[in-house]
Ligand binder design. Structure first.
Ligand SMILES: Nc1ncnc2c1ncn2[C@@H]1O[C@H](COP(=O)(O)OP(=O)(O)O)[C@@H](O)[C@H]1O
Ligand SMILES: [Mg+2]
Length: 221
């Protein structure tokens, strides 16, 4: 489902060059739940952004669902990303002045769907994370765990085959983190959604199928 071949990423600023990823090779099967661990600054977010087609590697190639990705600037790629991939971030990235329902509907705006269909899909996604009764709330009226569940609903509303989660439990206490993890495990088990998740929590990583570790941009296990 995901294939990275000899991926390197160099960030260049006027004064410094950072080798954020150094020759990474990785295959993730359809339906696999992979976790990624490693110290701060080792390249975890860079890896996720490259898998998620949000950032372009300096060298190497990315294949998602048997499609090689070469031109990062086309509208076709934006559509491909919107349909295949859902993102979840540590700090939720919800839009504060939109209701929960409108936040979840957002990724569907780029699809040829009517308003009623969009709303139905958003309600369904909220139902699956147990938050249908909070549709009219604003993000500021929710707990951290609820915000992250809204973010999951937004990530899955378009029924992506791949979910990329960057420390999704990093800002949550262990109870709320456990609830978020249970939702991800369920998505993976029931819908065979492929998930790549960055985490600092060994116990959470232990619930996934496979763990890889990064250190200074290289895979170390
Ligand atoms: N946009 C950027 N410009 C320059 N350097 C960056 C940029 N993004 C990340 N880096 C550097 O690349 C390395 C890996 O960063 P990152 O992938 O965010 O690490 P992690 O998520 O594991 O903490 C770090 O040294 C970081 O400082
Ligand atoms: Mg990071």
């Amino acid at each position: 489902m995901i294939e990275l071949n000899s991926i390197s990423k160099v960030y260049r600023t006027k004064t410094v060059e950072t080798l954020a990823l150094d020759n990474i090779n990785l295959k993730v099967d359809k339906g696999e739940f992979l976790s990624v661990m490693g110290p701060s600054g080792c390249g975890k977010s860079t890896l996720l952004n490259i898998i998620g087609l949000l950032d372009e590697p300096t060298r190497g190639d990315v294949v998602i669902d048997a499609q090689g990705i070469s031109n990062y600037k086309t509208r076709a790629l934006a559509r491909f990303r919107n349909q295949k991939l859902g993102f979840i971030f540590q700090s939720f990235h919800l839009i504060n002045d939109l209701s929960v329902l409108d936040n979840v509907e957002l990724p569907l705006i780029y699809r040829p769907l009517g308003a009623a269909k969009r709303r139905e899909m958003a309600e369904e996604a909220l139902e699956s994370v147990g938050l249908k009764n909070r549709m009219k709330h604003l993000p500021s009226q929710l707990s951290g765990g609820q915000k992250q569940r809204v973010a999951i609903a937004r990530a899955i509303v378009g029924r992506p085959e791949i979910i990329l989660a960057d420390e999704p439990t990093g800002n949550l206490d262990s109870v709320m983190g456990g609830e978020v993890m249970d939702i991800l495990l369920k998505l993976n088990a029931e819908d065979a959604t492929t998930i790549v998740m960055v985490t600092h929590d060994k116990r959470i990583a232990g619930k996934t199928h496979r763990l890889i570790r990064l250190f200074d941009g290289s895979q170390v296990n």
